[in-house]
Design a protein around this ligand. Sequence first.
Ligand code: ADP
Ligand code: MG
Length: 324
Amino acid sequence: MGEFDLIARYFTRPVRRAALGVGDDCALLSVTPGMQLAVSSDMLVEGRHFFADVDPAHLGHKALAVNLSDLAACGARPLAFTLALALPRVDAPWLQAFADGLLRLADAHQCELVGGDTTQGPLNLCVTVFGEVPTGQALLRSGARVGDDIYVSGTPGEARLALDALRGRLALPPAALQQLRPRLEQPTPRVALGLALRGVASSAIDVSDGLLGDLGHILKASGVGACVDATVATNLLAASAQQAVATADFGAQTLMQCALAGGDDYELVFTAPPAQQAAVQAAAQASGTRATRIGRVEPAPGLRVVDGQGQPVAQHFASFDHFA
Ligand code: ADP
Ligand code: MG
């Protein structure tokens, strides 16, 4: 199978919303008047972002999910995406499963594959996603204000528990790993929550490198500081772990590290004024996602991490950095 047969077979479908899709030099997208285009790229590299033996359908899902997560964090509605793919060889069953996982998630979000590039090389995937947001309404990192509440969606840390178990750093009964593994390999981008938070949240970011590290980006961009209660997110994760393994005893430190610095969660961290508390919960409910208040924005720069009694937690929560 040659390059063009491969593209035609696995990555070409009739266009729906796009004016022109796969097959020409460019795809053509029409943007609704009054909307801005939200654009983001994320690359996945074998050995760095995924294991070589990962289920290709899960990999297809994740390649798009991490990009949809960026749209979610901006409150943008997905429109279309491109896929740049380096493949060591043509492996038909692998490609079929990969395309199935990718296009299933794409269909669920009515996000069309409109183009890309295909080349031979070490397995590497880069998706660029395009979304729409009403002009001026995108959720930005820079919008947090002193006094705002800080929230996180879902249960941060589950993906890291699964990763540590897969790497053999954490003993997890098979049934528990089976329950947590999808959180690592098939994360759910919080697109519906992001849309519902337009006009409600003052700032937002998606958690790819760790809850506190990513919150730090909001604080820096907004020129503010924050106080976060470490026990809240840790307890969410403890409850979820307990559900996975009734007798779970991961140790409080492990759970806290995973919850606050785990990474690969693709949850949203966002801020909202206290007056929006009910609106935040309504947005969470409407999108079928839990949102939990974990702290408050403060004027003094820096991040204070405290326990349930307000005492400082003496721990370092380094977030993921490819070059650190
Ligand atoms: P060009 O040489 O003009 O860049 P290519 O020959 O690389 O075009 O690709 C042919 C067509 O197939 C283009 O429309 C391109 O967007 C599309 N395409 C290439 N690879 C992929 C892919 N992995 N998924 C979807 N579309 C792809
Ligand atoms: Mg090309």
